[in-house]
Design a protein around this ligand. Structure first.
Ligand code: SAH
Length: 389
């Protein structure tokens, strides 16, 4: 095995178990190929652990094991990682009521470079670096061992370009007919893992959807950026008086309508293929509850100023339109906009709209998207439940 040597004898980042080693911290690169497993040592020849080497990435090495004594890394090592991620999920998720969950959350499961989302008997695997691509057979074997029947690999074109991951999207073995029917908090959800956005569903909003349900009885609810209707379903299940779902994607709204039909014979629901900004500006409905869950406006650090304006405008119109005494569930899933900045943006929208706004609850990502305490970048979803007088 090749060795990567760090410049420092006491690299703060590695000692603090941050899994990313940036090129600037490296004294001597390994004689390795992209995706090779390397041992990481400090400049005194002390072993610090093991990681995946990424030849062309800014993150030269992604560590998956911190240890001072050598260990064997073989297929059962990887399988154990998947199985322990599954055991953790069984502790934090009520699998009777929910068959949709994230099984592997990359750094959050000490497994940089791989994401696995489960939809009942189907697992969607995203291999984000060459290193995890090389060990995919062990991941698949572990998935089969925990009862997964169908495996779909989904590779983004950006991953193919930037990390040289070559595995194309497709089924490993038998294909599952689409859509797959799974459940979230007792509600049926249809998911198309092949054609849907991300891995097919936005799993990370499960607990926030449940919370919307608790507020929804008898209320008029607007679900903007609805995708396939996750929030709308919870609101209807809890007897909302009226629910409107808005998304600019026709496919998303078709899936939303199919989800409503899968759960209710009739429901006070209407869907709209529309731009949410336009919709909010035009609407004259006196909504009691609004959900604002846009896509990540800030894809990188450079786009933070523009993204901030986007979030501000969105929250501003919502503040203008919400009925006095209503609630707004507002979110940002941009990793580059932290909780403090998001709160400042919402603050300035509230100030401009001249509404009395109180924070009722601070919202975040659910248990199956755990944040490795040594990797704060893993916290990306933040939200506020607001009461607007
Ligand atoms: N709230 C959803 C997830 C939202 S993802 C859920 O619970 O599943 C973001 C969604 O916003 C996507 O479905 C995308 O199609 C939609 N979208 C992006 N820009 C939009 C716009 N300007 N107006 C309306 N929808 C938009």
């Amino acid at each position: 095995m090749q060795t990567l040597v760090l410049k420092s004898g006491r690299d703060r980042s590695v000692i603090n178990r941050h899994p990313w080693i940036f090129s600037g911290a490296v004294k001597q690169l390994p004689q390795a190929n992209n995706g090779d497993i390397v041992q990481v040592m400090d400049n005194q020849n002390n072993l610090l652990g093991y990681g995946f080497y990424s030849e062309h990435s800014q993150i030269t090495c992604r560590m998956f094991e911190f240890t001072q004594t050598p260990i064997t890394i073989n297929d059962s090592y990887w399988m154990n990682k998947v199985v322990s991620a599954y055991q953790y999920r069984k502790k934090v998720i009520d699998m009777e009521q929910t068959s949709i969950y994230r099984l592997l959350h990359a750094e959050g499961d000490f497994f940089s470079g791989v994401i696995v989302d489960v939809y009942d008997k189907v697992a969607v695997v995203q291999l984000l670096i060459r290193g995890t691509e090389r060990i995919q057979h062990a991941i698949f074997e572990a998935l089969r061992a925990i009862g997964i029947v169908y495996i779909y690999v989904k590779t983004k074109s950006s991953t193919q370009r930037l990390e040289e991951v070559a595995t194309p999207s497709g089924w490993v073995g038998n294909a599952c007919p689409m859509p797959v029917r799974a459940i979230e908090n007792g509600i049926a959800i249809l998911v198309d893992v092949e054609k849907g956005q991300k891995t097919g569903f936005f799993i990370d909003q499960r607990e926030n959807r449940r919370l919307v349900g608790l507020y929804a009885k008898g209320k008029k609810v607007l679900n903007t950026f609805s995708y396939s209707g996750g929030f709308s379903l919870q609101a209807l299940y809890h007897e909302a008086a009226l629910v409107h779902s808005v998304d600019s994607s026709k496919e998303a709204i078709e899936m939303c309508d199919a989800n409503i039909a899968a759960n209710f014979t009739s429901a006070p629901h209407q869907s709209f293929v529309a731009d949410c900004f336009d919709y909010l500006n035009q609407t004259t409905v006196d909504y009691d509850i609004m959900v604002l869950d846009p896509p990540a406006f800030a894809k990188n650090a450079r786009s933070v100023p523009n993204a901030s304006r986007g979030y501000k405008n969105l929250n501003y119109v919502a503040f203008q339109k919400i009925k006095p005494g209503g609630f707004i569930f507002t979110f940002s899933c941009s990793q580059h906009i932290d909780r403090d900045l998001f709160r400042k943006i919402v603050f300035s929208a509230a100030a401009d709209a001249k509404r009395e706004v109180r924070i009722v609850q601070q919202l975040t990502q659910p248990e199956d998207h755990p944040i490795n305490i040594f990797h704060p970048e893993g916290e990306y979803l933040k939200g506020l439940l607001l009461h607007v007088s």
